[in-house]
Ligand binder design. Structure first.
Ligand SMILES: Cc1cc2nc3c(=O)[nH]c(=O)nc-3n(C[C@H](O)[C@H](O)[C@H](O)COP(=O)(O)O)c2cc1C
Length: 166
């Protein structure tokens, strides 16, 4: 197994250390290498400013109360909004593959990342805020790790291997 697959963790605490935008763009290139249905590459990415991060975080807290995800969004150096550019059937699967590539590339560079699905809760607010009409699928936080969490538990192989009586 790739060491990045084994070692990657969701990181929810980041150092206040800058990362060059060129590194972030290189990391996003790993997303565009992902497989996609009919090679339609439906993913689109928006790197947002600190002002937008602060507003998204505040809105999340306003709607659901203080939470770790909102804290990450306010403090992480980079927040990338992930969009779906068309309404073809398999797009969400393809976009998930692109996001996973990005998380693994972050781990390859010893950077922390967090897949943020919770942003869907404030999708309409984000649309208004950034003025992008495409469907918001998720967000990705990227920064220098300030924690080293233990792996979360996983099911065993026996739990996920099912059998068929045919
Ligand atoms: C589709 C998806 C959405 C997620 N959304 C959030 C989120 O909004 N906030 C958060 O803290 N973690 C989020 N996570 C991270 C999961 O909680 C995490 O992957 C899981 O607990 C396993 O931990 P690990 O990533 O460290 O292995 C999300 C993960 C996925 C795949």
């Amino acid at each position: 197994m790739l060491k990045e697959i084994k070692n990657r963790r969701s990181i929810r605490s980041y150092k206040n250390e800058d990362i060059s935008i060129d590194i972030i763009k290189d990391i996003l290139k790993s997303g565009l290498m992902a497989p996609s249905a009919k090679n339609n590459q439906p993913w689109r990415f928006l790197i947002v400013s600190q002002d937008v991060k602060t507003k998204i975080s505040s809105k999340m807290i306003e709607l659901v109360g203080p939470n770790k995800t909102a804290e990450v969004i306010a403090n992480v150096p980079y927040l990338i909004l992930v969009y779906n550019s068309s309404d073809e059937y398999f797009n969400h699967l393809s976009i998930g593959a692109a996001i996973e590539n990005i998380l693994l590339e972050c781990e390859n560079r010893n950077l922390g990342s967090l897949w943020i699905g919770y942003i869907k809760k404030i999708e309409d607010y984000v649309k208004e805020l950034v003025g992008v009409e495409m469907e918001l699928v998720s967000a990705i936080a990227i920064g220098v790790k300030d924690e080293n969490p233990l792996p979360r538990t996983r099911l065993n192989l026996e739990d996920i291997l099912i059998s068929s009586n045919r």
